[in-house]
Write a protein that binds this ligand. Structure first.
Ligand code: C5P
Length: 426
């Protein structure tokens, strides 16, 4: 029987946990609950205890409870820890590694994968501090579900901040608890592969492979203080590196300038320009899989100023002469013997997404291309979600709207399958 430790945070969405516990129990999943002090303002330990059929843990220093079952045991005995609702405060404490109550102490002590379902007011969700905490937690391996857009508990307020629905939570929890984490044709992010839920004997799909990922924008200098850049956040590229690592690969991430922390367990090379990125990619070869998610500048300034270009009174503005940057993806795809077995590109388009991307796949000589709509209305640049089409030599697959982390996981699982098949067919 699989065991979920449900950490209930202090938000109005806490009431949904009663239904969640029931739905999980119906599926034969045992649920043990920890409630924060704030959670008890919304629902009572008595109600939670009644539906879970287990004593609810609430205190870090509970003599009776510690004798019965301490926080280390709570942490160790779970196959998956679910934090729902994950409030802004709880996320902040998790990101800092606090252990000042039972919930955070358990989260610090567990080796099981952690799934957080944030719920908060939209202003709190979009606050820089919360975003920073979420980025940190993602880099630490915590997975997220939601929040969804919709009405808030506060009258008349709407936006992104509603906790994921119980049905969504159940689906994701089941997927994470299954041995290979696969669900509905898409593999979902599966920390369990790297942690406790997967049996030790089952190999990770990318074990023994070297995966190279490019991420972020490039900065092309105009002079020592100015540069040409683009709006790429690096979120998709970094998520790819994290996913590849979790799936067992040795990962080299070559990143342009981004505001993201270096993912844990990944070798990161920081570069600024397209030419530096090409050099770093070449140096990182050979690789089994290369995923080019960076938004590389197509052009650079032919002759960047050696010193800051001065504004002279009455003089015309300087003209910038641009020259083409190397196409890193195309260069590597045509590398002959050192070409990775699977070369994947991304195509960011604002119109006729699939048609342009299909042509690009052929023109660049690559195996797969992941096409996405980056028009302003899509919210892909800088956002957390992505809706992509996977274009291979044989087909075009339209994937549903997913977290960038889920896109990364699904893509790299496919890469693992591809490599396994090509090995078999040798
Ligand atoms: O031609 P376009 O820039 O749309 O192609 C996008 C794909 O090519 C992405 O995978 C991107 O990382 C890669 N690319 C590259 N080097 C460039 C331009 C694009 O690797 N100079």
């Amino acid at each position: 029987m699989k065991r979920v430790l449900l950490i209930i945070g202090g938000g109005i969405a806490a009431y949904k946990c009663l239904d969640l516990i029931r739905r999980l129990a119906e599926r034969g999943i045992a649920v043990r609950c920890v409630m924060t002090k704030a959670a008890q303002e919304f629902i009572t330990p008595l109600a939670v205890g009644a539906v879970s059929n287990e004593r609810v843990a609430t205190e870090l220093f509970d003599l009776e409870g510690e004798r019965e079952i301490g926080h280390i045991r709570l942490a160790r005995e779970a196959d998956l820890v679910v934090v729902a609702p994950a409030t802004a405060d709880l996320l902040a404490r998790m990101a800092q590694g606090y252990a000042n109550d039972l919930a955070t102490a358990v989260l610090l002590a567990t080796r099981a994968p952690v799934l957080a379902a944030p719920a908060m007011n939209p202003a709190m969700w979009t606050h820089r501090a919360t975003k920073r905490n979420v980025r940190q937690l993602e880099a630490d391996g915590v997975q997220f579900i939601g929040p969804n857009a919709g009405e808030m508990a506060e009258k008349g307020e709407a936006g992104v901040g509603r906790m994921a629905e119980v049905a969504e939570l159940v689906t994701r929890i089941e997927a994470l608890l299954t041995a290979d984490g696969k669900e509905g044709g898409f593999g979902f992010l599966n920390v369990s592969t790297a942690r406790s839920a997967r049996p030790a004997s089952s190999p990770l799909p990318l074990a023994g492979r070297h995966v190279l990922v490019t991420s972020g924008p490039t900065h092309e200098p105009i002079d020592p203080v100015r540069y040409i850049a683009n709006r790429s956040s690096g979120k998709q590229g970094h998520a790819l590196a994290v996913a590849a690592r979790r799936l067992g690969a040795r990962v080299t991430l070559i990143s342009g300038p981004v505001q993201l922390p270096d993912p844990e367990g990944v070798e990161v090379r920081h570069v600024e320009t397209a030419r530096e990125m090409l050099e770093a990619v070449e140096a990182a070869l050979p690789a089994d899989v290369a995923v080019f998610a960076a938004a590389v500048a197509d052009w650079r300034v032919a002759m960047p100023g050696a010193g800051k270009i001065k504004k002279a009174a009455g003089a015309a503005p300087p003209a910038l002469v641009l020259v083409e940057n190397p196409d890193i993806l195309r260069t590597i795809a045509k590398r002959g013997a050192r070409r990775p077995a699977l070369v994947i590109g991304f195509a960011a388009e604002t119109q006729d997404v699939v048609a342009y991307a299909t042509a690009k796949r052929k023109a660049k000589g690559i195996d797969w291309i992941v096409a996405n709509d980056v028009s302003e209305k899509s919210g892909v640049f800088g956002g957390d979600r992505n809706r992509v089409h996977l274009i291979t030599a044989d087909e075009v697959e339209d994937w549903p709207d997913m977290d960038k982390a889920e896109v990364a996981d699904a893509l790299l699982r496919r890469a693992g399958d591809y490599l396994a098949q090509s090995r078999e067919s040798v």
